[in-house]
Write a protein that binds this ligand. Structure first.
Ligand SMILES: *Cc1c(COP(=O)(O)O)cnc(C)c1O
Length: 240
């Protein structure tokens, strides 16, 4: 299936989910996750209007980042992708991605906050970050525990280059998408509680949740960014 057909199909499903939940389509951004596909396919996705691209490892992202604008385009957001770092980030790798990725979806510890902040200060910029929460409590998942959120947000104030803009989670892999609903709902509640307690700034509004298998449920529960890989840009084998 062509990228254009994929985009159209996904769009129809997003619009239906918006309709079911009384939301407006412009409340939801799509991060096109290109981690499974080649540079050519990534270019094709971008040229077909997917401007927000997500990667989870700098080694894999680097050739794509360079080919699609790299340093020359750093100053202008027009004509190049906006990059989202969605994978877990080692503190010593923060210097590779800060200044190149506009959004970090995986802030899950203070040592990483410190590393991001240091590099951001060096470059004189602010970095929009999602705090990753392990709502489901699975050992295999990254993220802070829901009970740690308020303290974590308070501690982030020591790193003023970091702009906490919301929360991110990954739902457990379920055969039935519906089973993920409580996880997404809990993330929304956590955001609302943090806002009510003034634990974060006015910019703390986003929910990065929902992937290929569960994005419709995530939208119904309030996602403002969905992260779509296989369903949208496909996987390597789809390129043959
Ligand atoms: C790979 C990945 C995605 C996209 O996965 P799909 O199921 O292919 O849509 C989304 N978020 C994160 C954090 C990922 O690592």
């Amino acid at each position: 299936m062509s990228i254009q057909d994929r985009i159209q199909q996904v769009e129809r499903r997003i619009e239906a989910a918006c309709l079911r939940s009384g939301r407006s389509r412009d409340e939801i951004g799509i991060v096109a996750v290109t981690k499974y596909v080649s540079l050519e396919r990534t270019k094709e996705a971008f040229e077909n209007g997917l401007r927000q691209l997500g990667e989870n490892r700098w080694q894999d992202a680097e050739p794509k980042w360079r080919a699609l604008g790299g340093d020359e385009a750093r100053e202008e957001a027009v004509g190049r992708p906006i990059w989202h770092f969605i994978g877990s980030l080692q503190s010593r790798k923060a210097k590779d991605v800060i200044g190149k990725f506009e959004y970090i979806h995986s802030l899950d510890r203070l040592s990483l906050a410190e590393a991001i902040h240091k590099q951001a200060v060096r470059l004189g910029l602010h970095v929009s970050c999602f705090v990753q929460v392990n709502v489901s409590g699975e050992d295999s998942k990254h993220g802070i525990g829901p009970g740690e959120l308020h303290t974590f947000l308070e501690s982030l104030r020591a790193y003023p280059s970091i702009k906490p803009i919301g929360l991110m989670t990954m739902a457990p892999h379920e055969a039935e998408a519906e089973a993920t609903r409580p996880v997404f709902r809990r993330l929304r509640e956590l955001r609302d509680e943090a806002r009510a307690a003034k634990a974060a700034s006015e910019d703390f509004i986003h929910l990065s949740m929902g992937m290929s298998g569960d994005f419709e449920v995530a939208i119904e529960e309030g996602a403002t960014w969905i992260r779509l890989g296989s369903i949208l840009v496909g996987k390597e084998e789809d390129e043959q």
